[in-house]
Design a binder for this molecule. Structure first.
Ligand code: SF4
Length: 452
């Protein structure tokens, strides 16, 4: 999808704003797809709280595991039911991984009330398909079209920057390659233009996302490295924090770590590396890297970038996971002392190799193992955060606290948006989007309290 810089909205454009009710389910990558689409319709868009007041109801679905499929179907059914009571019916458009997984034809048979299905195979066609369905001249057809930025939904402080689509790996438990296709990296010019636009809107933090950020450029001519992309982004005016999420373990190379170490601000020594497990046999059955030495990537990070904040994701209850193999995983978590940990109970997904494996683990055992790991991590997180009390750290303010007047919600550098803990902050001169120097005065298992 070619990217357009934002435009200054004039009175007539403001009057012509398209009222949209939108819901973006699933991951930050989906959120970016929604923001880009709603920012590329060739006219201003305003978000409305009530579907009945919208001209477009847009739902971007998730579908990589069964619970996400159920949530997405429920959201579409709720919209259909709600709109059936509206005198004037807005256009109902549904996009995303549910469409990618089951196909527009089959879904259209099940849900004929949906006006437009937007498949994941070709995101670049979405703006034109939607503009046509709305009876708008397609964005790209508008002569001297004003150019638009993303319809940001993450607030003034941070934005996700999606650097690629699809995945070049083939983990045995994962449906994503079959839903999103093979790796397609966004060109550096489009990404820097998009980043400049987001920073011009006041955003201070950019968090890079993709299925595997470390594979960026592998599919592009000349195979540019992730380091070259980081180099292009780091010099942009207004960028305070640049964060890396979704790094494939084998993509966390000594070169990347040294680059982060030597680059300094705005590039954060923050690494999200989904490892999925720590027992060689389980990693082998998952088709994941480092089955020979799961600790290798953590040791490499600790060696070259000891100050790094590490986040990872682990799967418990994978087919055939024995008590002993689970114990190995517990020891690994205890020794690795991750700042942040996401633990998922394995889901047997139709169409994956893992779903056909023998020795599927009962759900209650999966849940028990998940709770055991999360309890371990709560203690580790608490002890890491306790070390921050008494420190003086900058806090990026994301929003006003919903209930407590004068209190704001923000994050310190080692807290990623939406997935990690937060920092409650109060004091003079605080507003969403501001970076304020604070004293850290208190911690809980996952959160901090700070005074400006
Ligand atoms: S790297 Fe991630 S997105 Fe790609 S196949 Fe593996 S789990 Fe799925």
């Amino acid at each position: 999808m070619s990217y357009h810089a934002p435009m200054k909205t004039t009175a007539s454009h403001r009057a012509a704003a398209l009222p949209v009710w939108s819901l973006s389910l699933g991951c930050p990558k989906n959120r970016v797809d929604s923001e880009r689409l709603l920012g590329s319709l060739g006219l201003p868009v305003k978000s409305v709280a009530h579907m009945g007041r919208a001209r477009l109801v847009f739902i971007n679905t998730c579908g990589f595991i069964a619970p996400a499929v159920q949530e997405s179907v429920r959201a579409v059914l709720d919209a259909v039911q709600h709109l059936s009571r509206c005198r004037r019916k807005p256009l109902l458009a549904v996009a995303g991984c549910l469409v990618g997984r089951y196909g527009a034809e089959e879904l259209a048979r099940e849900l004929p009330e949906v006006d437009l299905w937007l498949p994941t195979a070709d995101l670049s066609s979405w703006p034109t398909m939607l503009a046509q369905a709305l009876g708008l001249p397609s964005a790209t057809d508008l002569p001297n079209a004003p150019v638009w930025g993303r319809l940001l939904s993450t607030g003034p402080s941070y934005a996700w920057l999606k650097v690629g689509e699809g995945c070049r790996h083939n983990c045995a438990f994962c449906t994503i390659p079959s839903i999103r296709g093979r790796l397609r990296s966004e060109p550096v010019a489009a990404l820097t233009a998009e980043a400049r636009t987001l920073l011009a809107q006041g955003v201070r933090e950019l968090a890079l996302v993709a299925q595997d950020v470390s594979s960026w450029g592998h599919d592009l001519v000349d195979k540019p490295s992730l380091l070259s992309l980081l180099d292009s982004l780091m010099g942009l005016e207004g960028l305070t924090w640049l964060r890396l999420l979704y790094l494939y373990p084998s993509g966390v190379t000594p070169d990347l770590l040294r680059f982060i170490r030597d680059a300094g601000a705005p590039l954060l020594p923050y690494l999200d590396i989904p490892l999925q497990h720590a027992h060689p046999e389980v990693l082998g059955r998952m088709g994941r890297p480092f089955a020979d030495d799961p600790r290798k990537v953590v040791d490499r990070v600790r060696d070259i970038l000891p100050q790094a904040a590490l986040r990872t994701s682990l799967i418990v209850g994978y087919p055939g996971e024995s008590e002993a193999q689970f114990e190995t995983l517990c020891r690994f978590v205890e020794e690795s002392r991750f700042h942040h940990l996401g633990v998922f109970a394995y889901q047997a997904e139709e169409g994956t190799r893992a779903a056909a494996l023998p020795d599927q683990i009962p759900d209650d055992v999966k849940e028990e193992r998940r709770n055991t790991l999360m309890e371990l991590q709560a203690d580790i997180s608490e002890s890491l955060l306790a070390c921050e009390v008494g420190q003086h750290l900058p806090v990026l303010v994301d929003s006003v606290h919903g209930e407590w007047p004068g209190l704001h919600v923000g994050r310190v550098w080692f807290q990623a948006p939406e997935v990690d803990g937060i920092t409650y902050v109060s004091g003079p001169g605080i507003a969403p989007g501001a970076l304020v120097e604070c004293d850290i005065v208190e911690n809980t298992d996952y959160d901090l309290t700070a005074l400006a």
